[in-house]
Design a protein around this ligand. Structure first.
Ligand code: ADP
Ligand code: MG
Length: 369
């Protein structure tokens, strides 16, 4: 009875959400690893509500309440998380641009949600893999009416430099821009596993050179979809899957040199992300996408007609309380953004025919000259 009502309500809510085109915010709490420290979680609601308790205060004074589109508690499985994300991911196959990003302090479970416990292994795989698996399934189910091509790129942004994770050689001094990153055609989940393994290896290689680099960089998997249906309509869209650098604030008095530089770059790009979202919320005419590599790269999938989902990751342990509140506040701010309804990128047959006509006229003209 009750659960059915909640589920129905959520369905309705998601439909309204789709129309409004808000950024959706899901919050995931990882299991507690340290039984010694106090657990800050007081209540997790089916409706996306969360109550946490400040471990340093009496119960009544330390209560903080948050509301998200969905809550995943410590026992939520990878499949449960994926199930609630699936409709959004599937809309990529209908021509919507989609961006999913994982936000939170280091150790809160971002990589677990996006990649899984270990890159390139099938056990407990995360959204990146499950999403591609699902896209292949849809592609094969629709093969008689629409022909899809799927390509994947995988880059890392470290200190405002973009590096291709799918080639072994290092990028030039200044890094590269996303269009220059190698595109890899994928036709099966085996292809995807192979690429993710390669990307994972390349990421680890650099993380031994610079200590713990993987948590100091953003990693972005981009899936490009190209579809052509039987009447010649073209559909183009992309899905960005982003594992952000740790959002924790570093104590300025404790870090120097390279660490300080890293921290400043991370602060800058995460605050640029916040600025872009705020500008979208205020419907400003200028959205500062170009202020960081991250927002520049995600430009086509943030705001406008795209669908965006943010996973706010927190740990339940009392000693992370400050960072947890910071993450939840940022997430709460993000969830109030209204972007306007999402729109698919489809070209009608008519437009396509006109474009072909223009092309052939151009060719004819070139031949005459
Ligand atoms: P982050 O990427 O945010 O730094 P990780 O994803 O690496 O954090 O998670 C830190 C540790 O916690 C890893 O050992 C990871 O396997 C584990 N972990 C995170 N979330 C979960 C979860 N939901 N269930 C089980 N283990 C988890
Ligand atoms: Mg990580």
């Amino acid at each position: 009875g009750y659960h059915k009502v909640v589920t129905e309500n959520r369905k309705l809510y998601n439909m309204v959400q789709d129309l409004k085109g808000n950024i959706r915010v899901y919050c995931r709490i990882r299991p507690a690893f340290n039984a010694e420290t106090k657990n800050v979680i007081d209540y997790i609601g089916d409706d996306g509500s969360l109550v946490i308790l400040d471990p340093s205060k009496p119960r009544k004074e330390g209560r903080k309440v948050f509301q998200f589109n969905h809550m995943f508690g410590p026992t939520a499985t990878q499949d449960e998380v994926f199930k609630d994300t699936q409709p959004l991911i599937r809309s990529v196959m209908d021509g919507y641009n989609v961006c999913i990003f994982a936000y939170g302090q280091t150790g809160s479970g971002k990589t677990h949600t996006m990649s899984g416990p270990s890159e390139g292994s099938i056990k407990d795989v995360g959204i990146n893999y499950l999403a591609l698996e699902d896209l292949f399934e849809i592609s094969s189910r629709r093969k008689d009416i629409i022909n899809y091509d799927i390509h994947v790129q995988m880059v890392e942004i470290y200190n405002e430099q973009v590096r291709d994770l799918l080639i072994r050689s290092c990028a030039s001094e200044n890094g590269l821009s996303l269009p220059d990153a190698t595109m890899h055609s994928v036709k099966s989940t085996a292809d995807v596993l192979h690429l993710m393994k390669l990307g994972g290896v390349n990421r680890v290689v650099s993380s031994t050179a610079i200590n713990n680099r993987s948590s100091r960089s953003h990693s972005v998997v981009t899936v490009h979809i190209h579809g052509k249906d039987i009447s010649g309509n073209i559909l183009r869209s992309c899905l960005h899957l982003v594992d952000l650098a740790g959002s924790e604030r570093v104590d300025k008095s404790e870090v120097t040199g390279d660490r300080l530089k890293e921290a400043q770059y991370i602060n800058k790009s995460l605050s640029c992300l916040g600025d872009v979202i705020t500008a979208l919320a205020q419907k400003n005419s200028h959205i500062p996408y170009r202020n960081s590599k991250l927002t520049h790269l995600l430009q086509d999938s943030l705001g406008g007609h795209a669908k965006t989902l943010m996973f706010a990751h927190v740990s339940p342990e009392g000693d992370s309380f400050g960072e947890t509140v910071g993450t939840l506040k940022f997430a709460q701010r993000v969830s109030t953004v209204e972007l306007g309804a999402a729109r698919a990128n489809k070209e009608s047959n008519e437009v396509l025919q006109l474009k072909q006509q223009i092309d052939s006229l151009k060719k004819a003209l070139a031949n005459k000259e």
